[in-house]
Structure formats: C-alpha cells, structure tokens
Ligand binder design. Structure first.
Ligand code: PEP
Length: 240
C-alpha cells in the first residue's frame, strides 16, 4: 500500500511573518497523511527550524544539476542536504516553460538530488495543445524517459501536472488524471507514489484522490491558504 503524500508548492510567495502563521496552522492541523512544503530558497532556514520535530517535511523548488563551481545564482543539492532538505521539485512546468529547462537538465537535476539523498518530486505533464493533438502519453513518456535512461526511479515521487491545469482553475477530471496515472504506473511500477497537480482545491481533492493510481497531490495556490491546504490533506487521508 502506497502512503499518501500531499506536497505544497509555495512558488515565489511568502514572507517571514506570513510563513510563520501558515506553518503554525499546518503543523497544528495536519493529521494522518504525509505532508511536505516546498518553499523558496531564502526561507529554507526558517522552515527547517520551524518544522524540526514536527510531522511536516520540507523541500526546495529547484536545484542545480552541478555539484559546485562557477554557477552564479544556483544552489547545489549538497547545500540543500546540509539544511536537512528531504524533497525537491524537479522539472516543474514553470521551470521548463519560463526558464527553458530541458528534459536532459531535469534528468541531471533528478540525478543530483538523488546523489545527495534528497527525494525528487519529478513533474511531467502536457500542454493543452499537446493533449488536443493526442500526444499526452508521448510527452510524459519523453519527460520520464530522460530520467529512466540514467537513473533508477527509486523512492522518488512522480507528479502528473497537466500544464493547462496549473494555476488556471481548470482541473483534469478524476478520470483524465487516472488515465495518465495508470499509464505512468506501468512505467515506474507499483511502489512509486504518483501525485496529481493542477488546480487541486478543497472542493475537488476528494474526487481526484479517490482514483486508484492517484497517491496524493502537488498543490500550488491552495497550499498558501492554511484552511484550504488542510482540507486537501484531510481529503488525502480519507482515501483507502
Ligand atoms: C503547481 O504549482 O505545481 C500547481 C499544481 O499549482 P496550482 O495548484 O496553483 O495549479
């Protein structure tokens, strides 16, 4: 049985004061489901300190594929590991689309994270144009294959995030999510947790999480509102 996981992606949001309030509420309210918050780099120390000894894990949103050296502005896996970072988002569509991250780079980041003992949350997903062209499986396969040719997936987490559903308020139906999760499941095996991400809200979480190959969620906007994030965590808990 795969343990459910709910991961919050704060994106480029937060302040020291707001983080404190949000983290207090999440720590107080989360019950019975694994939960992780992926925060901007400057808040890693605050979050590490705040969450020490709690049931809430934390992670970063990006890392360098390089181990060290002349890479101004980049953050190495070993630096994250020094903070006690346990998870890192890799290949998020905003990295791919806005910053031109390639499949090969995402795969190299995946390997760098694993090498430092940090679990990648590896994101795959198609654009609306690709879906409409019937290319969803080809696209997520291509993104995943870049990793699988060089690494074992191991205890990494996979996240299916249709690009057209991220931050748009438009969610995949539970059936659409399940179809892609089942396809991905064939590739990574029964033990790997596959999260769904893309406009998950308190209102739609339970239906999406009720699908057999959906093992939790990667939550953007709703992870910034404690009550919404906690309601999503509760929906994940009630499954199976
Ligand atoms: C995300 O950023 O990974 C995400 C799923 O965002 P949202 O929940 O806001 O669509």
């Amino acid at each position: 049985m795969r343990a459910r996981l709910v991961a919050g992606n704060w994106k480029m949001h937060g302040s020291r004061a707001a983080n404190q309030v949000l983290l207090d509420a999440v720590v107080e309210g989360v019950r019975g489901v694994e939960c992780v918050v992926c925060v901007p780099f400057p808040y890693l120390a605050q979050v590490a300190e705040h969450l020490r000894g709690t049931q809430v894990a934390w992670g970063a949103q990006n890392l360098s594929e390089h181990a060290s050296g002349a890479h101004t502005g980049e953050v190495a896996a070993a630096m994250l590991a020094e903070f006690g970072c346990r998870y890192v988002l890799v290949g998020h569509s905003e990295r791919r689309q806005i910053y031109g991250e390639t499949d090969a780079q995402a795969a190299a980041k995946f390997a760098a994270a694993q090498g430092a003992g940090i679990k990648p949350i590896f994101c795959v997903g198609e654009t609306l144009e690709e879906r409409d062209a019937g290319r969803t499986e080809a696209v997520v396969s291509r993104q995943l294959d870049a990793v699988l040719v060089k690494c074992k997936f191991g205890d990494a987490v996979l996240a299916y995030e249709p690009v057209w559903a991220i931050g748009t308020g438009r969610t995949a139906t539970p059936e659409q999510a399940q179809a892609v999760h089942a396809f991905l499941r064939q590739r990574v095996g029964a033990a790997v947790r596959i999260l769904y991400g893309g406009s998950v809200k308190a209102q739609n979480a339970a239906a999406i999480f009720s699908m057999p190959d959906v093992d939790g969620g990667l939550i953007g906007g709703a992870s910034l509102v404690a009550a919404d994030f906690l309601a999503i965590c509760a929906a994940a808990r009630t499954k199976g």
